[in-house]
Write a protein that binds this ligand. Structure first.
Ligand SMILES: Nc1ncnc2c1ncn2[C@@H]1O[C@H](COP(=O)(O)OP(=O)(O)OP(=O)(O)O)[C@@H](O)[C@H]1O
Length: 274
């Protein structure tokens, strides 16, 4: 559903952040993007939604070639690609519900969202999603009254309200404790399975990547140096990606049960799924 062909990015500073990236992501696949600082992970996911303009190559989302789109058509294409951020990117003074509804901005237009006049169907779906991510009790709380894990759940619900086909996830657990990090990764994983969503997750934590992704891509110096299954990651490959280190704590079997467990969405009285 997503195909990158010969994508390069050279910043104005001269840094070659991506060099000849070829990558194809099928529907429903959860891909973790790992690699050392400066490898190009953030640049890659931002090239997909063109928050960063690629310098060369092409990117297709299903039948749409993204790199050549005008700003109007790009806005439309971006509806299909939702982003989840490390620092959540919530509006602190707004409620949980209002933050989630802002996920419909690309559909309802600026004035309607500014006046908070969202269609009833959007509000009902926002309720359903907040229930699903475990925040049904916190709709009216201000975003700045939430814990980090709760804030990320709001970010996830907002992304899903956009009704995307692809999730672009930038270090979703970087500010979270180990237990909350696992809960958030598990939630993203479950939601992708429930909705047949593809995801690219930029993540530093190799064991989380190993545990919750279907596929791992390792970047180094702007190039793909590994593309395979989590179980294939061994000390030699980790050395290729990150350089020499004692990798004995990072090796071992992934916890397949944990990674694959999918909880069905709670049935809600308010209506059918999307
Ligand atoms: N806005 C920018 N202007 C110039 N160079 C940039 C810019 N953003 C990133 N770079 C450079 O591009 C390269 C890749 O950076 P990028 O942030 O994509 O890496 P990363 O793998 O996401 O790193 P990290 O894990 O630290 O976030 C680095 O050399 C970085 O210095």
């Amino acid at each position: 559903m997503l195909t990158l062909s010969a994508v390069t990015k050279r910043y104005a500073t001269g840094d070659l952040a991506l060099n000849d990236i070829h990558l194809s992501l099928p529907r429903g696949q959860v891909m973790a993007l790992i690699g050392p600082s400066g490898a190009g992970k953030s640049t890659l996911i931002r090239c997909v939604n063109r928050l960063v303009e690629p310098s060369g190559g092409s990117i297709h989302l299903e039948d749409t070639e993204l790199t050549g789109l005008s700003s109007g058509r790009l806005r439309q294409a971006r509806r299909a690609m939702a982003m989840i951020f490390q620092e959540y990117a919530l509006v602190d003074r707004l409620t949980v519900m209002e933050n989630v509804l802002s996920g419909r901005l690309g559909y309802v237009g600026f004035w309607r969202s500014f006046l908070r006049r969202y269609p009833k169907t959007d509000v009902i779906e926002a309720f359903r999603l907040l229930e699903r991510v475990g925040l049904g009790h916190a709709l009216d709380k201000r975003a700045d009254a939430l814990s980090g894990g709760q804030r990320q759940r709001v970010g996830i619900a907002r992304a899903l309200l956009q009704d995307p086909r692809l999730l672009l996830v930038d270090e979703p657990t970087a500010s979270l404790d180990p237990k909350t990090s696992r809960q958030i990764m598990r939630l993203i994983r479950e939601l992708c399975a429930e909705r047949d969503l593809a995801a690219i997750i930029n993540i530093h934590d190799v064991s989380l990547a190993r545990q919750f992704a279907d596929r791992i891509v390792g970047l180094r110096g702007g190039e793909i140096v590994f593309d395979g299954k989590p179980g294939e990651l061994n000390a030699e490959i980790l050395t290729t990606i990150y350089g020499e280190e004692d990798w004995s704590n990072e090796e071992g079997e992934e916890d397949a049960d944990d990674a694959m467990q999918v909880t069905p969405a709670p049935a809600l009285a308010m209506g059918g799924g999307r």
